[in-house]
Design a binder for this molecule. Structure first.
Ligand SMILES: Cc1ncc(COP(=O)(O)O)c(C=O)c1O
Length: 414
C-alpha cells in the first residue's frame, strides 16, 4: 500500500529549508498553511516577467492572461465543478459579503435565514446583516457542552419561509464534519438554498459540490497551500438569481458578476501552483498522470494526505480527549472522516494564554482566543478573549512535531 512520503512532501516547501522558520513545529495551519515551491515559482515568474494588465496582445500581458487562465481552468476540479461555476475573490469573508448583497433582493421581508453559532463569522455576519433588509434571522445553536450542532434541532427551524441555511462544513474550532448532504436535502425540500463554508475542510479532503448538494461552497486557498484568494462555487440557479455586483458593463460576464473589485492577477495565476503541487505528489507516489483525470488525481492525493493526518491527530485527540484537566471542543472521534485534524481545547486549571505561551516557548506555532468564532467560544462557556488553544495539523506535519506539542501539554498537566 502506498503511504505518504513525508521527506518528499517537506522538500516541496522551501520553508522547511529555512533555518529560522524550520525550528517551528507549525501547528497553526488552520490560520494559514505553508506554500510549496510550485506556487512560489509561478508568483515569482509573474512578478518578474508579467506584472502588467493582463489579456492584451503584448508579450508580458498575454503571458499574464495565459497564466491566469491556467488557474481558472484547473481550480474548478477542486470542487468537482465547472469553470463557469467558480468565482475568484479576495477572501471568503468578502465572497459571502458580496453574495449576500447579490441575493437579498430575491427575498421578501419576513423570509427566513438560518445561521449557526458554530461558524466562523465569515459565514454568519453577512447573512445576519440582512436583518436590516427585513429578513428574519434564526440561529441554529450548538450544544453548549460539546460545541456540536444537532440536525434534529435545525429540522424544527426549517419551514416554508426558509430561504437560506448558512453552515460550515467543518468549524475552525469544533472541526467536526457536518452532514451537508442531509442539510441540503432538508433546505431544498422547502425551496431554500444552502451556503457551505469549506475553509476548514478544504485542506484535508476533496470537495465534491454535486455529492454534497450545496448551492454555494466557499474556501480560501491560503489555507490550501496557495496564495491569498477566496474561491466560491455557485450553482447555475444561484448565479442566475444573483444580481450583478460588478460594473454595469460587465453584467453578462459570469466571472465578474460576484467579484466587484479587480482581482489580484498574480495570486490568481499562482493558484495553478496548488494543482502543480498535487500533481507532483501524485507522480511521486503513483507514477504518470497520463490518462488519469485531474479530479481523480486530486482525490487520490487527498486520500494519502488524509491517512497521514489521521496518524497525526490520533495521539492528540487521545491525550486531550481523555485528560481530566482538558476539554476538547467538538467530536472526540479520531476518525478523519468525522473530524478535521484541528484540535481546539482548554484547560480547567490554566488559562489558554498560559498553555499557548508554553507551546510557543517550545517552538510550537499555535494560537489561542476565539479565531473569529466568538459566538461558538461564548456558547461553550468560555471567555472569547482567552478562548481555546488551537493546534491544527495538515499533511506536511510530522509525528515528531505533534510529540513536541504533546510533551508540553503533559508537562503542564503533571
Ligand atoms: C472556517 C473559516 N471560514 C472562513 C474563514 C475566513 O476566510 P477569509 O480569511 O478568506 O475571509 C476562515 C479563516 O480563518 C475560517 O477558518
Amino acid at each position: 500500500m502506498v503511504s505518504l512520503d513525508l521527506d518528499f512532501i517537506r522538500a516541496q516547501f522551501p520553508v522547511f529549508a529555512n533555518p529560522e522558520s524550520s525550528r517551528w513545529a507549525h501547528l497553526e495551519n488552520a490560520g494559514g498553511s505553508y506554500v510549496p515551491s510550485q506556487v512560489i515559482s509561478i508568483l515569482e515568474d509573474f512578478y518578474t516577467t508579467s506584472k502588467v494588465q493582463p489579456y492584451w496582445d503584448f508579450g508580458p500581458s498575454a503571458k499574464a492572461g495565459k497564466a491566469m487562465d491556467r488557474a481558472l481552468e484547473l481550480l474548478p476540479a477542486t470542487f468537482n465543478a465547472r469553470m463557469d461555476e467558480i468565482h475568484f475573490g479576495p477572501s471568503t469573508s468578502q465572497n459571502t459579503y458580496v453574495l449576500a448583497q447579490a441575493l437579498q433582493s430575491s427575498w421578501d421581508p419576513g423570509d427566513q435565514i438560518i445561521v449557526t453559532n458554530q461558524d466562523h463569522e465569515a459565514n454568519i455576519g453577512a447573512w445576519r446583516r440582512l436583518e436590516m433588509a427585513g429578513m428574519k434571522v434564526i440561529e441554529w445553536s450548538v450544544d453548549p457542552k460539546t460545541g456540536l450542532l444537532d440536525i434534529d434541532e435545525v429540522k424544527k427551524l426549517i419551514n416554508k419561509r426558509t430561504r437560506l441555511l448558512a453552515v460550515t462544513h467543518a468549524s475552525n474550532l469544533a472541526a467536526t464534519i457536518n452532514p451537508i448532504r442531509e442539510l441540503a436535502d432538508l433546505v431544498h425540500a422547502v425551496g431554500g438554498i444552502i451556503v457551505t463554508d469549506g475553509v476548514s475542510f478544504a485542506p484535508h479532503a476533496p470537495i465534491d459540490v454535486s455529492e454534497l448538494g450545496c448551492d454555494v461552497y466557499l474556501y480560501s486557498t491560503y489555507k490550501t497551500f496557495g496564495p491569498h484568494v477566496g474561491l466560491m462555487y455557485t450553482s447555475p440557479e444561484v448565479l442566475n438569481r444573483a444580481t450583478n455586483q460588478g460594473h454595469f458593463f460587465n453584467a453578462d460576464k459570469v466571472s465578474y458578476r460576484l467579484t466587484p473589485a479587480g482581482p489580484d492577477h498574480a495570486s490568481i495565476a499562482a493558484c495553478a501552483g496548488i494543482i502543480d503541487y498535487y500533481d507532483d505528489v501524485f507522480r511521486h507516489h503513483f507514477g504518470t498522470t497520463d490518462s488519469v483525470k485531474l479530479r481523480e488525481r486530486i482525490t487520490r492525493v487527498f486520500k494519502l494526505f488524509g491517512e497521514h493526518e489521521q496518524k497525526l491527530m490520533e495521539p492528540l485527540v487521545n491525550y486531550i480527549g481523555s485528560h481530566s484537566d482538558f476539554r476538547l471542543i467538538g467530536s472526540s472521534s479520531k476518525d478523519h472522516s468525522v473530524r478535521a485534524p484541528t484540535i481546539a481545547f482548554h484547560s480547567y486549571s490554566r488559562s489558554s494564554r498560559e498553555i499557548y505561551s508554553a507551546l510557543i516557548s517550545a517552538s510550537v506555532s499555535c494560537g489561542h482566543g476565539n479565531f473569529y468564532a466568538p459566538r461558538l467560544v461564548d456558547a461553550v462557556g468560555l471567555d472569547p478573549e482567552d478562548g481555546v488553544v488551537r493546534l491544527s495539523l495538515v499533511h506536511y506535519n510530522s509525528v515528531e512535531e505533534v510529540a513536541r506539542a504533546l510533551s508540553v501539554l503533559d508537562e503542564l498537566a503533571s
